[in-house]
Design a binder for this molecule. Structure first.
Ligand code: CO
Length: 164
């Protein structure tokens, strides 16, 4: 397998801050984008990847929280449980940075799966966290945006280093 790691866009790349576009046609190019994203996610040892992270401003995500790869096109959170929890997260586009992020414990997400079918999935734990993290990417949101004031202060040096 060729090394695709250098395809991963790192903060402060502009594409990471844009709202990704809806996919309108579910053709073979979407299929190959999903395959490429899945390969890169595994090579990078990540639990998820969003298309903007490889420079494609499209609403496509892949995740694998240890139960096999799952892709979703045009994913949308349709329900959020009130109960929240804080868990430390990392991001392939923010090397060396980990941040406590508070998110709903369970969500329902709707989108088009790899068979081209509209599905609704109700998930919790790692699944819910991965979906929320990746869907954030489609809206130009990164974990640093979830950081508390104190965390942001501590991050300044690390972010500066990524910018240089
Ligand atoms: Co990320």
């Amino acid at each position: 397998m060729e090394n695709n790691m250098d395809e991963i866009k790192v903060y402060p790349a502009t594409v990471l801050r844009q709202r990704a576009k809806e996919v309108e046609r579910f053709d073979s190019s979407v299929r190959s984008l999903v395959d490429r994203m899945t390969d890169i996610m595994y090579q990078a040892d990540g639990v998820g990847l969003a298309a903007p992270q490889i420079g494609q401003s499209k609403r496509v995500i892949v995740i694998d929280v240890g139960e096999g790869p799952f892709s979703l096109v045009n994913p949308e959170i349709v329900e959020r449980e009130e109960e929240r929890e804080s868990v430390e997260e990392g991001c392939l586009s923010l090397p060396g940075i980990r941040i406590d992020v508070t998110r709903p414990k369970a969500i329902s997400v709707r989108g088009v799966d790899d068979k081209g079918e509209m599905v609704v999935k109700t998930v919790e734990g790692m699944w819910a966290r991965a979906f929320q993290h990746e869907i954030d990417h489609l809206n130009g949101v990164m974990i640093i945006d979830h950081a508390s004031f104190v965390q942001k202060t501590l991050l300044k040096t690390k972010l500066k280093r990524l910018q240089d």
